[in-house]
Design a protein around this ligand. Sequence first.
Ligand SMILES: Cc1ncc(COP(=O)(O)O)c(C=O)c1O
Length: 352
Amino acid sequence: MSFTKKWLRKDIQSISAYHVPNSDNFLKLDAMESPFVPNQDFQNEFTDFLSKVEINRYPNPSADEVVQSLRNLMGVDDSYGVLLGNGSDELIQILAMACGEKESIMSFSPSFVMYEMIAKFTRLNYLDSPLIDFDINLEEALNLIETQKPKIIFIAYPNNPTGNLFNREKIETIIKSTDALVVLDEAYYAYSNDTFLNDIAKYENLVLLRTISKIGFAGVRLGLLIGSKEIVSGLNKIRLPYNVNSLTQAACKFLLNKKDYLQSHANSIVNERKKLIESLKKYKNITVFPSQANFVLIKTEESEKFFNFLLEKKILIKNLSKMKGLMNYLRITIGSKQDNSIFSSALDEFFS
Ligand SMILES: Cc1ncc(COP(=O)(O)O)c(C=O)c1O
């Protein structure tokens, strides 16, 4: 028996590492990244800015300037605390590490896969409340909360991969019904018409997650948790020192102040989303689901064939068929106007 077979936790041996498909030379419409590449002047200015980073020194441990830039960009009140992570994935991990032995994390299915994966890595129980018609099954969820007493409830708002917002009243009923920390994951806030940002002051057990990955800067790796100062200072004890590196901090100081640039890109995505949904709706054998995010979920009997047809055309979308309950579902990230016209031509060629 090999060393690893003897040594590595059995439950980890039986799972696969998070799979990222090769996308070299593909039109990438699979991971909800921004399609916008900054122009040459922007890139020169950015490179100049980064060249001043003191790479021989540890980063600023509290990244105060980044926090301030995020507060300005997202309108986060000074009375709220902000905790930064190396992407919001790291913040999900920090939240899980705050739970005790044998405690549970709850979320909904289908939803963002990392809630369940991180529960597994941190040896917590995972409680799944299946959605009905892509919305929360309130009765079932409340029953699970009452009987299993989860420590944390993750709610992606808008949800990935369905793209919709769950019913707000149901979420508020859940927040009020439990002693669990409710984490509203607003990764797609820039494309949605609702937020729980103003509700943090109302509920002591509510925090928000956001990320800069979906607004243009997935490569920079920065997520934030917004909550009461007390919760943030408790969670901060678990955060590894220097988790936000100097290059990320410098990049954020430069990038996050470009409010108009970010807003115009968000507007363009929302516009393209509307157009893409119209193109998809032309075909009777495609069901298109409403979206408040920078992606659209569709269902078609032809999912496998269409996915492979796109691969041949060097277009990569996300095939969700292997996820529980999502047989024949595909998720398409909204690209630039040009990206979407390439996708739409392929769509017409396949379905006409
Ligand atoms: C709902 C949701 N939360 C969090 C993330 C991860 O964000 P980050 O890139 O900040 O780790 C994603 C990524 O797809 C997501 O869909």
